[in-house]
Design a protein around this ligand. Structure first.
Ligand code: 7TS
Length: 392
């Protein structure tokens, strides 16, 4: 059975060109880039190309910093804990403003910072599921607020926040702004020349790069105490020997993802819409979030009367991989915080399933996935007493 992967918001397949570009760093160019001998220095040109690709991919300027790190979780922790150290512990601010629908790498870090005395304001999205400047204005007191951290695109719904407006609002009010752009890079244009964010995080494995490498953009002149102290790598902003292979892989993956943005917007969107239309045409089914507000690859659907986990297991047996919201919270088998914040109907929160496509998803795969979804819905509803009682 050919397996079909529709869980690209959890992670993506590495682009074969990226894998190829990384191969030389295991057995040939394995030097430490900080070493003075040739083994070390011969890695520099490729690292320079990777950095150029990354800067150009997100529209960073030469004077900005982009720290290559281990993952977006690290980037998010670096920002939040750095802000705490620099502006709350050693400053006169008290508050970090965020949303109720952030990834656990933001939400749980802020839960911990709250135990350390940080005042955390968690904004509920508006009726469209978005955090707008109007929503932000409610939790915002510029004298108290050290940082606003709002994700660019949500990993579960695909909803895209108006990040440019949020960043402008923060800049105009003299407050630092961070955005977790993990689900935006490679799906929608991310241009830091147009979006005046101070900090931005991304992760290579969400755009067909390797797992275990990410990046943190820090705009020129912004202070941020490092999370990892040690050597002088990354200009002293993140210690630890640079993983050259992964950095090179991320650089190429970024360039390829940016090149494929039009394809993402046209081809991936068409496939997504076809799957979404088929899902939405099933009885008692709901897709969350307006299409025009979402990334082109994501569907979060709720099938009334069917537990999300039961749906996934059945679908997996038919060779189709999807997920219940975020893989980072799916082990709990509970509806996660994002869904609870997004939907008022508890039933809905327990029945939501995420389908996320990529530029490697094919027409045939979508045909097969549609057949599988229809068959699973029919089977599970036929055995679900809750559903039949409600509908008789
Ligand atoms: N931020 C967002 C918005 C994410 O979607 C994820 C991963 C991360 C941060 C963490 O990235 P990492 O580089 O540390 O792995 N999101 C998901 C998901 O939705 N399902 O599995 C992982």
């Amino acid at each position: 059975m050919n397996r079909i992967y529709l869980d690209n918001n959890a992670t993506t397949v590495v682009d074969p060109r990226v894998k190829q570009a990384m191969e030389t760093y295991w057995l040939q160019q394995y030097g430490n880039p900080n070493s003075l001998h040739q083994f070390g220095t011969e890695t520099h040109p490729d690292m320079g190309i990777a950095i150029d690709r990354i800067y150009s991919g997100i529209g960073a300027s030469d004077d900005d910093d982009v720290i290559i790190n281990g993952c977006a979780t690290e980037g998010n922790n670096t920002v939040l804990k750095g802000i705490w150290t620099d502006y709350i512990l050693n400053g006169d601010k008290t508050r970090i403003v965020t949303s109720l629908v952030e990834h656990p790498s933001i939400a749980h870090t802020l839960d911990w910072l709250e135990t350390q005395g940080v005042e955390v304001v968690r904004l509920a999205p508006n009726a469209d599921g978005l955090i707008t400047p109007e929503v932000l204005a409610e939790g915002f007191e510029e004298d108290k607020t050290a940082l606003v951290s709002i994700m660019w695109a949500n990993n579960e719904t695909g909803l895209i926040n108006p990040v440019r407006e949020l960043a402008v609002f923060c800049r105009d009010n003299g407050v630092l702004f961070h955005t977790d752009a993990v689900q935006a890079v490679g799906k929608v244009p991310v241009n830091l020349k147009e979006v005046p964010a101070d900090f931005l995080t991304f992760s290579a494995h969400k755009f067909h790069g390797p797992k275990g490498v990410g990046g943190l953009f820090i705009r020129e002149g912004r202070n941020l105490t490092p999370l990892l102290h040690g050597g002088e790598q990354m200009g002293g902003r993140r210690a630890g020997t640079v993983n050259v292979a992964f950095m090179v892989g991320m650089g190429l993956a970024m360039e390829l993802a940016v090149e494929a943005l039009d394809f993402e917007d046209l081809k991936v969107r068409v496939l997504r819409d076809r799957l979404e239309d088929a899902i939405a045409s099933l009885p008692d089914t709901l897709v969350l979030g307006k299409r025009e507000h979402r990334t082109p690859n994501t569907i979060l659907a709720s099938f009334k009367g069917i537990e999300g986990e039961a749906f996934l297991w059945d679908l997996d047996r038919k060779g189709v991989a999807a997920s219940t919201g975020s893989a980072c919270s799916s082990e709990s088998l509970e509806a996660d915080a994002t869904l609870q914040a997004m939907v008022t109907d508890v039933d809905l929160a327990h029945t939501a399933v995420r389908f996320s496509l990529s530029r490697f998803t094919t027409d045939d795969e979508i045909d097969t996935a549609i057949d599988a979804v229809e068959a699973v819905v029919e089977r599970l509803r036929s055995i679900s007493s809750t559903y039949s009682n409600k509908n008789n």
